[in-house]
Design a protein around this ligand. Structure first.
Ligand SMILES: C[S@@+](CC[C@H](N)C(=O)[O-])C[C@H]1O[C@@H](n2cnc3c(N)ncnc32)[C@H](O)[C@@H]1O
Length: 220
């Protein structure tokens, strides 16, 4: 169901990530960690989960790693095809279609929000751990409950989980705190660094104070 909503979103363009061709704010977190990424002693390959139309490819290629993009929607992958990259259409809720230990870095820019169940996040973390080499890095850029676009969309009754429903796109998502993700990723993915992002954004014809965060985890 949500895959169809994303396919539609890439036609109708209600939200900025599906129209924006500039790298996302989270890409600066990657740039700040280029030396840490280069120091990983593993295969020179990077996997971007929920890569969308590939707007972060130019920054991710600065790692010097071979870029692999994965998204479950077809339309953005057609757009991402303008970059000379390897792309695969697959879902983050299924076993990742890659061998074990084949990546030095895995990234996700505003895509893990689409996994709402703790179980899905835990399974994904296990899969990320499997495809990463020892010492490999997992970098996630995500929306937080303080984001003024998402805050009013948080549905009551889900306890500590901030589950959202966006009436504009129809998407049901989840916004996270760093501590929540640390808990879901488990002790074998160790947090190295975090950064908070605050900026003003125009979305669905309104102006919002966006509050996102990024985290960098290392696979022990
Ligand atoms: C907000 S967009 C972000 C795209 C890109 N990372 C960016 O920063 O522009 C979220 C992307 O995640 C993809 N996505 C959502 N759920 C997914 C899933 N279960 N498996 C793979 N991709 C998924 C959507 O198709 C969409 O392209």
């Amino acid at each position: 169901m949500s895959r169809e909503l994303w396919e539609r979103e890439y036609l109708e363009h209600a939200i900025s990530s599906s129209t924006n061709v500039r790298p996302s704010h989270g890409a600066t977190f990657v740039e700040r960690h280029l030396a840490t990424i280069a120091a990983v002693d593993g295969p020179p390959r990077l996997l971007d989960l929920g890569c969308g139309g590939g707007r972060n490819v130019p920054v991710l290629e600065k790692t010097g790693f071979d870029f692999h993009g994965m998204d479950y929607a077809h339309r953005p992958l057609v757009r991402a095809g303008r970059f000379a990259t390897r792309l695969v259409q697959a879902s983050m809720t299924a076993p990742l279609p890659f061998g074990s230990g084949v990546f030095s870095a895995v990234t996700a820019f505003t895509s893990v929000e689409n996994l709402r169940r703790d179980e899905d996040l835990r399974v994904l973390a296990g899969e990320v751990r499997r495809v990463l080499c020892r010492g490999g890095l997992w970098l996630v850029y995500f929306m937080t409950p303080e984001d003024t676009y998402y805050r009013p969309l948080i549905e009551p009754g889900f306890g500590d989980r901030s589950l959202t429903h966006d009436p504009v796109t129809g998407l049901r998502q989840r916004v996270y705190r760093v501590a929540e993700l640390c808990d879901l990723f488990g002790p074998s993915l160790r947090l190295l660094d975090t950064e908070e992002f605050a900026f003003t954004d125009v979305r669905s014809a309104g102006t919002y104070e966006r509050r996102l965060a990024a985290g960098l985890w290392r696979r022990d």
